[in-house]
Ligand binder design. Sequence first.
Ligand SMILES: [Mg+2]
Length: 331
Amino acid sequence: MKASLHTLHLRVPFRIAHGVSSTRQVLRLHEGDHIAEAPFVPYYAEDPAETLRLVSLPVLPQRLPRAASLAFNLLRHDIVCQAQSIPLRAIAAQKLGPEGTTPPACHSLGIPEDLHAFGDRVEQLAKQFRVLKLKLGSGDLGLDIATVSIARYAAPEADLLLDVNGGWDPVQAPAMIEKLAEYQPALIEQPIHHSHGVDAWEDLRARLPARCPPIFADESAQNAEDVAALAPYVDGVNVKLLKCGSFDGAIAMIAKARAEGLKVLLGCMIESSLGTTAAAHLAPWADWIDLDGHLHIANDDFSGLHFTSSGELEMPARSGIGAVPASPGPV
Ligand SMILES: [Mg+2]
């Protein structure tokens, strides 16, 4: 097995409540023709070089950084699935049952710098994508409201997913949710910071009117146990492969969410098509999908999932993860 780090360059710096990024690193593990990827994200503070050192040791440590756990897990699944000529999602079907309808694809927009240009961009994207995710939590509540208002005007028919990334304080959050309900968002994700714990979610729910947009947890829901703890207070959870460190952990999160009557938003990080294609195998069991991480990078060197001109997700007809190195474009 070989391990390597790969740097992804963002097309434009992506601003969310956690900060601004212009590059991201991913870990890649190779075994013969098999390859798997897992991203590093700033908020887990895992060191890529240290992770590479650990996975290159002759004997692996008992506990690995989550990026390493995920890459190993995906590599193993890819090897097993390709040997059986089945796609990665066949593993999910064993646990979650028959595939449902894959939701329409979503395109995310970072916190805007220029609201006029932002409105134009929303209008343009809405021609392809029926679902748009808006990043809020700018630190300026007026800007957050203007962001949603402009997007709603520019894309009157779109389903708007509002992702605050924990950027509102628990006192502000109920009023912001009530205010933004006017724009009929499809859901509001992680309005309060994950460091506040489950009590803050209970308190938030108690302060919200019975009729308000669905509230989803993302950073607060890292695994199936978190889903169970949050279930009384949220309407849905964002499931990402990296959070639980394995494809199997993501399946367990989805199973728990469904058992608790919660909706599932399937998400990803900034990663190449190799990473987003692996996650997209869970799309048939999700209510919403947010799998556009690869669209934000300028040097995506893999080819896998595809979004049609009408914003539908198409998966490659290959076994395993199904993403392959992209052929170089015309010179
Ligand atoms: Mg989120």
